[in-house]
Design a protein around this ligand. Structure first.
Ligand SMILES: Cc1ncc(COP(=O)(O)O)c(C=O)c1O
Length: 466
């Protein structure tokens, strides 16, 4: 059933436009559904960054990731400025590039004064090639290879050490290194939060980080390694979190770890509290703003430092989703429709689980609008089906849309985080292009893959050639 507005018919896309605010309230990207520059133009078409979405699809094809530069930059600025406002010590915001790693995005984050959190040699290589300074890069990972560790040491970035195996490997590698290796220690805080089990990382039964029971042993060991310079401690409790209390608890706990480290002769001066702030994917999602999240953490750290009589550490955080998710939408072209009377109507699009694996992986829920029918009344409830050979390849269940026809442009909202970065070539679909839009200009930041790209790494043994 299509719901109607108490005063009449609901209009399809316009209802998701960023809310108009009084001049003294700042828009918070993570609390909106559409990018902040989204507008409906006089043709009733969706415009982002001053570019008509239907024109972008004509020019660059579909599926197409459309990234609004203004929304991304504003989110970076909000994080940075809010730390400056609420934290009396030094602070540094890092972009968790696992959300979406590519040259242009790393370059934008760095130009806004953010460092970069990377989790593999590939992400590290991308950040370095985007021109990010190595001392602004932090390498994570629960099973870094020797090659990844070597690249990190050689480039001079900080390593976030996850476990005993890595620690011992670094001690060996450090013996050959001309300078001390800067490290942080990742600890499992044992803090539960309400989010999907696959994106929860802070509970004790997690593959990430040192067990807190091992802390005395870890601190004692690290304090005796002259090749390692342990600058800080790190923890991350999970992703898409709407509560503030788990991060307040984490702030308190981390300051106590800092105090305990000092007992083992370690002078640790930095705390990295991770990322995790949630975003609004649907009307019913109500995440805290960046300001509320940062304030809660800063208050927690400052109050515990005062209570423990400790100097304020340099405070780092590494959000991914809340920096980039809302800035991007994915435009698809609608094709086939299958009506099963009294059961369901499937509306198929030209992408699916290969460009957005989150619905099939986490049962994530998305909203969509029709870019060329922004003010048309909602007329049907449909299931948006991807084009993959998989019954579970459904992007949206019960999407409320105006009447659609083949060729209409469906725009799925909030696709900036963990979409491109988790994209695959399943069914040998080439990965889509991405454009960066600002002030009426669109720049290609990721070229669409071609069929040639798909077979580039294939090798056909001579004996199989016909
Ligand atoms: C260690 C670490 N830091 C930061 C992040 C970014 O989290 P989010 O995108 O929820 O802000 C993640 C994501 O899971 C993570 O594992």
């Amino acid at each position: 059933m299509v719901s109607t507005h108490p005063q009449g018919v609901q209009h399809s896309g316009s209802q998701y436009l960023p809310q108009k605010r009084s001049t003294n309230t700042k828009p918070a990207p993570n609390q909106e559904l559409l990018p902040l520059s989204a507008k409906v133009n006089h043709h009733d078409f969706l415009e982002i960054g001053g570019c008509d979405v239907t024109t972008l699809v004509k020019q660059f094809g579909s599926p197409l990731y459309i990234l609004d530069e203004a929304t991304l930059r504003l989110a970076c600025q909000q994080y940075r400025e809010t730390f400056q406002q609420f934290y009396q010590g030094e602070s540094q915001v890092l972009y968790a590039s696992k959300a979406w790693s590519c040259l242009a995005i790393c370059a934008i984050a760095a130009s806004e004064g953010l460092g970069i959190d990377v989790v593999s040699g590939g992400e590290l290589y991308t950040a370095l090639n985007a021109g990010v300074r190595p001392n602004q890069i932090y390498l994570h990972g629960n099973n870094k290879s020797s090659a990844e560790l070597a690249l990190a040491i050689e480039s001079g970035c900080t390593l976030v050490v996850d476990n005993w195996h890595e620690l011992r490997t670094l001690v060996e590698m450090g013996a050959k290194s001309p300078s001390k290796i800067p490290i942080m220690l990742r600890l499992t805080p044992g803090i539960e939060c309400h989010t999907h089990e696959y994106i929860r990382t802070g509970h004790l039964d997690s593959k990430f980080g040192f067990d807190p029971h091992d802390l005395p042993e870890v601190f004692a060991f690290v304090s005796q390694q002259p090749q390692l310079n342990c600058v800080g401690l790190h923890a991350h409790i999970g992703s898409q979190i709407f509560e503030l209390q788990p991060h307040r608890d984490l702030a308190t706990l981390m300051v106590r770890w800092l105090r305990d480290a000092a007992k083992y002769g370690l002078t640790v001066t930095e705390l990295n509290i991770g990322g995790g702030l949630g975003i609004k994917y649907t009307e019913s999602d109500d995440p805290p703003s960046v300001e509320e999240w940062v304030k809660a953490i800063c208050e927690g750290i400052q109050a515990t430092c005062t209570a423990e009589n400790l100097p304020l550490p340099k405070l780092l955080c590494e959000p991914g989703r809340s920096l980039i998710a809302t800035a991007c939408v994915t435009a698809y072209t609608i094709g086939a429709t299958k009506v099963i009377p009294e059961i369901r109507t499937y509306v198929a699009i030209d992408g699916g689980m290969s460009d957005n694996p989150r619905p099939i992986t986490y049962r994530s829920v998305y909203r969509a609008v029709v870019a060329n029918k922004m003010s048309a009344p909602l007329a049907e409830t449909v299931t948006i089906a991807g084009k993959h050979c998989e019954s579970g390849d459904i992007l949206i269940h019960n999407a409320q849309l105006p009447k659609t026809v083949p060729g209409d442009i469906l725009v799925v909202l909030g696709t900036g985080a963990y979409n491109y970065s988790m994209a695959s070539n399943y069914n040998r679909l080439p990965r889509p292009a991405a454009v960066l839009v600002a002030d009426g200009e669109a720049n290609l930041i990721l070229q669409r893959e071609t069929y040639q790209d798909l077979i580039r790494q294939d090798r056909l043994p001579e004996r199989l050639r016909t």
